[in-house]
Design a protein around this ligand. Structure first.
Ligand SMILES: *Cc1c(COP(=O)(O)O)cnc(C)c1O
Length: 415
């Protein structure tokens, strides 16, 4: 399979144009402006011989049945609009939507395991639940964790998948996707592109065969849709559709509608939130109460930072920023990965992946930068007072005798 194959669809338009128009190209001809929401679970057909042939075709290739839909678990026209649009943005042949990001990852793992290729090579950190799904072997897979340089050596004859995230959740560690794709050889590379979105990075252009999103995050963008999607070539998509049909992790049509609507503003949301995040990252870096700031080279609306004081105090003190797990919404969210998003990852694995007990993960929304800074600044204030007490913990990046009131920017320390 040629992993660099280009989209099969019409002439390339700029990303901002695709975001607004992809998946809607037929609407004007139909006399429509907003996409219709098709809530049908089933579709009438007076030709059951023809229907049988179409079902057989789906069972063979997993290609979307020609003609009218058959049954909601096989495919839905409203969801298909979102899939078309996301594929255009990621530069892949097609995309397959699921009920959540985890349902999407599950389908990929099942697709590989069903061909006997149960071994997965993965690079930490990954989103906590992705890590857990692989580590616990819930789907019968066996995982080898490695760093990017170790991928080629970790591959075995039964390796069916390489899984990476960049920037990674929650540390925002970045990977060289092209080099990794090269190390994978013929083994499919799955890149979780949830944090970057196709606005900042298109992993398929660098050789990733599968681009996964928790569409719950930036693609939906408003904190009101749970969804997942895999952008890929038509051959792999066929297997994913067959697995989706057999296991039932389908996306609801209303969610498909909301995601398509979300994509229209994805580029401007991501750019605006990124500009604010870059400024907040700059201020946090210069702040004596903050030990480390992780902000990706490619930008984005996520910031990870470590305070000298107790991170739980920061969570308790924010007022404008919502203390909640998840990310990618129009409003800013903050959470403590070691307690919440990465709780499910075993402590030593978590720490080994750079997720310290001091780390906070901030998802920057579309609020005014000064209002956000005022909230952060106020929430960090108790950290300054509490620094002397908290600095004695084993994981502290600051020596216990470091003056809590120092104003100079402390040098970054790594463990
Ligand atoms: C949230 C998240 C997931 C899981 O997606 P859900 O939609 O919550 O199932 C996977 N990967 C990353 C990077 C995430 O942030």
């Amino acid at each position: 399979m040629d992993t660099t194959s280009l989209p099969s669809s019409p002439a390339r338009r700029a990303l901002d144009t695709e975001a607004v128009h992809a998946g809607r190209d037929d609407l004007a001809r139909q006399g429509l402006h907003a996409p219709p929401i098709d809530l049908s679970t089933t579709y009438p057909s007076y030709d059951s011989r023809g229907e049988a042939a179409r079902i057989d075709a789906f069972a063979t290739t997993g290609a979307e049945p020609d003609g009218p839909p058959v049954y909601g678990r096989l495919g839905n026209p409203t969801v298909a609009r979102f899939e078309t649009a996301l594929a255009r943005l990621e530069g892949t042949d097609t995309a397959v939507a699921f009920a959540s990001g985890m349902a999407a990852l599950t389908a990929v793992l099942l697709a590989r395991a069903s061909t006997g290729l149960r071994h997965v090579v993965a690079v930490r950190p990954l989103y906590g639940c992705s890590d857990h799904l692989l580590t616990a072997g819930l789907l019968g897979s066996e995982v080898t964790w490695t760093d990017p340089a170790g991928i080629a050596d970790a591959l075995r004859p039964d390796t069916g998948l390489v899984v990476v995230e960049s920037p990674a959740n929650p540390t925002l560690a970045e990977l060289d996707m092209r080099a990794i794709a090269h190390s994978c050889g013929s083994v499919p590379l799955l890149a979780d592109n949830t944090f970057a979105t196709p606005v900042l990075q298109r992993p398929a252009e660098h050789g990733a065969r599968l681009v996964l999103h928790s569409a719950t995050k930036y693609l939906g963008g408003h904190g009101d849709v749970m969804a997942g999607v895999v952008a890929c070539d038509e051959e792999f998509a066929g297997r994913l559709r067959q697995i989706r049909f057999a296991t039932g992790g389908v996306l609801h049509p209303l969610a498909g509608y909301l995601l398509l609507r979300g994509l229209a503003t994805l580029p401007i949301r991501v750019r605006a939130a990124s500009a604010t995040a870059a400024e907040l990252a700059r201020r946090l870096t210069a702040d004596p109460r903050v030990a480390h700031v992780h902000y990706p080279r490619i930008g984005g609306a996520m910031i990870a930072f470590e305070t000298y004081g107790d991170p739980h105090e920061v969570i308790a003190a924010v007022r404008l920023i919502t203390p909640a797990v998840s990310l990618g919404s129009v409003d800013s969210l903050i959470q403590h990965p070691a307690s919440i998003s990465h709780r499910v990852v075993e402590e030593t694995d978590r720490r080994g992946a750079g997720v310290s007990d001091r780390l906070l993960r901030l998802s920057v929304g579309l609020e005014d930068v000064e209002d956000l800074w005022a909230d952060l600044d106020r929430a960090l204030a108790p950290v300054l007072r509490g620094a002397g007490n908290c600095a004695t913990s084993h994981n502290s990046p600051a020596p216990a005798d470091e003056p809590a009131t120092a104003t100079a920017l402390r040098p970054s320390r790594t463990r």
